[in-house]
Design a protein around this ligand. Structure first.
Ligand code: ADE
Length: 243
């Protein structure tokens, strides 16, 4: 079973962000277990201090090394010491490398993931240096903290665990699974506000439906994500579909 721990000053926020829908069912079915550790619980002073002013000056506060590290150590040692089981430690960080579907797939094969959620202006860099196996960014925008980013990454990972998604074949058709965006979906009624669902989807001809969907994926990727399209591994069949 995969264990995912969040080191965070806001444990309830992260847990409520991951404990719903498919992820909640995955935890109920023992495919994953979520846990948290709060640096504040490891503070030793009267005010339970977890942050301090940045060296060199500047706005905001920096999460202190001692309390953040103590919380990381706590979740790592909480893991039962089974031979070969290893903790993999991730820092959500807008200055990290971009988190992609292939990274989610890689993380879904680990035993224990620890997301260390920064808040305020960030975490003392020495903690990141010591513990980070990866720093991941969700995209080129800044969130108020790592909590929502960690919950997003956990979602992308957990739905890939065998048994988490009811129809596993749907995972293969996910956007990005093979570097292409997904195809559009339609359901009843056939005509809605004058807009007709594509005829081919009602034809019952599975080969034509498959070709149509593949072509939609190729067209959408070429138009909206030329960066992905340039890297896609296209077959001669794909090139025919694009003609
Ligand atoms: N923390 C703040 N912004 C972030 C982002 N874009 N990705 C990951 N972690 C973050």
């Amino acid at each position: 079973m995969l264990r995912i721990d969040f080191v965070t000053l806001f444990p309830e926020t992260v847990l409520s962000a991951v404990r719903f829908s498919i992820l909640k069912r995955a935890e109920e079915n023992s495919l994953v277990a979520f846990g948290t550790a709060n640096p504040r619980d490891f503070a030793t002073d009267r005010h339970r201090t977890v942050d301090d002013e940045p060296y060199g000056g500047g706005p905001g506060m920096v999460m202190k090394a001692e309390t953040t590290a103590a919380a990381i150590e706590a979740v790592v040692s909480r893991q039962p010491p089974v031979a070969g089981r290893q903790s993999f430690i991730i820092f959500p960080d807008p200055a990290g490398e971009l988190f992609r579907q292939a990274d989610a797939a890689e993380l879904s094969r680990k035993d224990h993931l620890v997301f260390v959620c920064g808040h305020y202006e960030g975490i003392d860099e020495r903690v990141v240096e010591k513990y980070a196996d990866r720093r991941y960014s969700l995209g080129d925008y800044v969130l108020s903290g790592g909590e929502l980013a960690a919950a997003v990454m956990a979602d992308a990972v957990v739905r890939l665990l065998p048994g988490a998604v009811g129809a596993p074949e749907s995972l293969e058709e996910d956007a990005f699974a093979d570097g292409l965006l997904t195809y559009p979906q339609y359901t009843r009624p056939e005509v809605w506000e004058g807009r007709r669902a594509p005829e081919v989807l009602l034809s019952g001809d599975h080969a034509r439906v498959a070709d149509w969907r593949r072509r939609q994926r190729l067209l959408a990727t070429r138009e909206r994500r030329p960066d992905l399209f340039a890297r896609a591994d296209l077959s001669t069949g794909d090139l025919d579909l694009l003609k």
